[in-house]
Design a protein around this ligand. Structure first.
Ligand code: SP5
Ligand code: ZN
Length: 342
């Protein structure tokens, strides 16, 4: 399998995320990608290549220009105000009974463009986020060129990012950019299957009103788990996209058996959609040892996931999402890809 990787991921290294009532060291850190790369090399998964730069015109296929301008300039504005001693994080949101008019001060702007306080903007965020997006689009291009499968080994992850919001450790929606790239390269229909522990609220929001992208996700029930405010089973798409969003929320403690049964249902929906290509949002935070998650998959449960996806017999772009058990993330993520290769 072709692997796309950029060392620029390491430019995103946040100091703190707000969790459990306090500012804690981030869990979405450079060692994650390094461990996956190390494992891919150990098992000889495939050739590793750098991304190409698709530029802003590719990003605006999915993201709002004002959001991209904010991301590009946020650190400089924060540093001018705070001296760069701390990461840039929001403190208030335009929730019920407030108005979502974008402020001019950085404190207000980050609150307008962020959906949580767990996603620090740092000096290297813009560089790292663009590299991750370019990694995903380069992998999609390889697939559009006829490669059976490619792995976008990037971070920061993307599936929580919407057209105009960062959050859940995500800034640019790498999977959505990959799906759009496949469509722009000639695919008529693309399925996005999100197997991360958390619901891919960003990807769903981006594609909810479209029929050319089928979004399927299995994830921890938002009644119990982040992102809390999207990912319920009754969300089935809007307008022209009605019927093209499929959510399978699962309770804390979900075992491999129940998880695989849900995967089977989503795979059958993908088969009936008959897409030209598949994008997999590959999170391995479903692992039982994940520090922030509560599913019960073991390391031996990951290769069968890949094997089931291979049976779809679709040109497939894997895009790295979550997984925070750093010691095991390589074996688990690469395990899915080895299972896919058979
Ligand atoms: C891409 C991805 O997997 N993003 C996940 C973002 C989750 N952020 C909120 C985490 C809240 C964790 N709370 C449980 C902490 C247990 N000590
Ligand atoms: Zn996740």
């Amino acid at each position: 399998m072709q692997i796309v990787y950029s060392a620029d991921h390491a430019r995103q290294h946040g100091r703190g995320e707000l969790t459990d009532g306090r500012l804690m060291p981030v869990v979405e850190k450079p060692a994650r990608a390094e461990m996956v790369l190390k494992r891919a090399q150990e098992v000889g998964l495939g050739d590793i290549m750098p991304p190409r730069d698709f530029g802003r015109e590719a990003l605006v296929r999915i993201h709002r220009p004002d959001y991209l301008a904010f991301l590009e300039g946020a650190w400089a504005e924060w540093e001018a105000e705070r001296g760069g001693e701390t990461d840039c994080l929001p403190l208030i949101w335009p929730v019920r009974n407030l108005r979502a008019v974008c402020p001019t001060h950085i404190d207000g702007k980050v609150s307008y463009y962020a959906l949580d306080a767990g996603t620090p903007i740092t000096p290297g965020t813009w560089t790292a986020a663009r590299a991750s997006a370019n990694v995903a689009m380069t992998a999609a291009d390889l697939v559009a060129d006829g490669t059976r499968a490619a792995f976008a080994l990037g971070r920061p992850p993307g599936h929580h990012a919407t057209a105009d919001q960062l959050g859940g450790y995500c800034f640019l929606n790498n999977a959505a950019l990959a799906a759009q790239r496949l469509l722009d390269r000639g695919a008529e229909r693309v399925a996005v299957l999100d197997v991360d522990y958390h619901h891919g609220n960003g990807t769903q929001a981006i594609f909810e009103d479209r029929a050319d992208v089928l979004f399927c996700s299995l994830h921890a029930d938002p009644k119990q788990e982040f992102p809390y405010f999207l990912g319920h089973a009754d969300e089935t798409g809007t307008g022209a996209g009605e019927g093209y969003t499929v959510n399978a929320p699962l309770p804390w403690g979900t075992t491999a058996e129940a998880w695989m049964a849900a995967l089977e249902r989503l795979c059958q929906r993908i088969e009936s959609y008959a897409p030209d290509a598949l994008v997999v949002s590959l999170g391995v935070d479903t692992y039982k040892g994940d520090p922030i998650s509560r599913f019960a998959l073991d390391t031996s449960d990951f290769p069968p996931i890949g094997a089931r996806l291979a049976k779809l017999a679709l040109p497939t772009t894997f895009v790295m999402e979550g997984g925070y058990a750093v010691e095991e993330i390589g074996v688990n993520a690469v395990g899915v890809l080895q299972g896919f290769e058979g």
